[in-house]
Design a protein around this ligand. Structure first.
Ligand SMILES: [Mn+2]
Length: 317
């Protein structure tokens, strides 16, 4: 495990720094990536910093990724953010960097890289970076703060998740001091289209109560066709099932067509019961109360719901 001083030393030691994020990037992946790039560029203007990764995120506005040839990566310090598994890094060329370190807040799963700072009590990598930057005597600009705040706000669902702590709120306060427009950032990240609004109602209409404390919505290929949308888009609507007093666990599944037939990808949330262990048995994983699964047959989808249902039986009085 690296300390903040070790990370700072490495950054100071390397002339070239490449920053990598995970596939299907969310705002914490992008916020920590571009926040780190911005902070290094402002404090060490002679260094070359590259934010790499192909895939884009539809939430919020973000800069374009950089491009770097393998020669650049070879002599760089690669910093992988928000990613617990080597296979999930968007751009596997990170493996060819001179040194690889990672900064993450997912439960530790994969021992990759030459060193790491992993704190699974942090609500977001952006929270960790806020602590890191504040531990130095370097400048933290409003622009860097805005990137970090976006990651913090989204990974905590606006400071509502179970991993939101006093440290999270202190980090947010530290960032907010730097002249951020809180309502503008909120609108940028959370205002959505009329189609999104209507699809949310559709997801609610498809929600079934499996037992009193477990709810699930399954979006079929026909549904996706009718709405002209994708399973990735549909899975984002997991929050439509949240905020119901009776539900302890809720899940959304969306169909995807593959060469070997229809499979289901899903998102699962719980109030208190750990679900990442169960998700791991169904081609998935994630956080204690927020996990994903993928490539399930319809039978596996039903089996998963059965397992979740049994998990809840301990709550029945
Ligand atoms: Mn994250």
């Amino acid at each position: 495990m690296l300390a903040f001083e070790d990370i700072l030393k490495l950054i100071e030691q390397y002339e070239v720094i490449t920053i990598f994020r995970h596939i299907h990037p969310d705002c914490d992946a992008l916020g920590s990536q571009f926040g780190l790039k911005q902070w290094i560029s402002e404090n060490y203007p002679d260094k070359k910093v590259y934010a790499l990764g192909e895939e884009k995120c539809t939430q919020g506005r973000w800069p374009e990724s950089d491009t770097a040839d393998i020669g650049i990566i070879n002599r760089s310090l690669a910093v992988v953010v928000d990613t617990a598994n080597a296979a999930r890094v968007d751009d596997q060329r990170f493996l060819q960097a001179d040194k690889v370190i990672r900064i993450d807040h997912h439960p530790f799963s994969d021992e990759f890289g030459d060193g790491w700072y992993v704190n699974d009590h942090a609500a977001a990598v952006c929270e960790i970076l806020t602590g890191f930057f504040s531990s130095t005597d370097k400048k933290l600009s409003s622009k860097t703060a805005e990137y970090l705040y976006k990651g913090l706000l989204t990974d905590t669902l606006s400071f509502r998740t179970s991993n939101t702590t006093a440290d999270t709120l202190r980090a947010a306060a530290r960032l907010a001091e730097l002249d951020l427009s809180i309502p503008e950032i909120n609108r940028e990240l959370f205002d959505h289209s009329l189609k999104y609004f209507r699809f949310g109602s559709f997801v609610r209409s498809k929600t079934e109560i499996i037992n009193k404390h477990l709810a699930s919505a399954t979006i079929t290929l026909e549904d996706l066709e009718e709405w002209q949308t994708t399973s990735t888009f549909a899975k984002n609507f997991i929050d439509e099932l949240g905020h119901v007093r009776d539900f302890e666990i809720w899940a959304i599944f969306a169909a995807r067509q593959t060469d070997h037939g229809t499979v289901y990808d899903g998102s699962i949330r719980s109030k208190t019961i750990p679900i990442n262990g169960i998700a791991a048995r169904f081609n998935g994983g994630g956080h204690k109360n927020a996990s994903g699964v993928k490539d399930l047959t319809d039978a596996q989808r039903l089996e998963l719901l059965e397992v979740l249902s049994q998990e809840l039986s301990s709550l029945e009085e």
